[in-house]
Design a protein around this ligand. Sequence first.
Ligand code: COA
Length: 160
Amino acid sequence: MKTAVYPGTFDPVTYGHLDIIERASKLFDEVVIGVLNNCSKSPLFSVDERVNILKNVTKDIPNVRVEHFEGLSVDFARKCNANVIVRGLRLITDFEYELQMAQTNRKLAPEIDTTFLYTSLPFSYLSSTTVREVAAFGGNIDEFVPAYVAEQIHEKMGSK
Ligand code: COA
């Protein structure tokens, strides 16, 4: 069985992430989304909230499951018996950071490889920060995130 992990902060998950998740689910038998409990960022949503949101928006994809993790992505991949890490590339500016991360991960765990999927063009400009910012100032985020995610953001920000 070919298992891949897709690690990230997902604060919040956007249509860009979902594009990667849906396409990865067709390439691998199982995709485990790893939601990082990331101390270096101050997320809008707690790790449990991000996991629940991701579970809700991926509930129709049978070979996708969602877990949280702390520490290294490669250790999370090992725990899931995955030998592939999936990452999305939006613009060329993502490449340097992602390549550096992939090389580091390869050094740490030579048995685990990183696969990059390019983000589909309509979502290549999206970022979680942009979504949070637009929502904070009352802008419409319906084209950036699924309705359930938008609801959770508005509820959290008390803006609706
Ligand atoms: N579509 C839209 N946006 C995307 C995207 C896509 N396909 N892919 C990434 N993004 C955006 C996110 O919205 C996010 O935006 P933000 O910076 O405005 O919040 C940004 O790109 C990156 O987010 P995300 O994909 O959630 O990943 P991350 O950079 O927060 O986390 C980890 C990266 C978790 C993989 C990395 O930090 C990690 O592996 N950490 C564990 C520690 C470790 O193993 N370190 C060693 C490796 S160097």
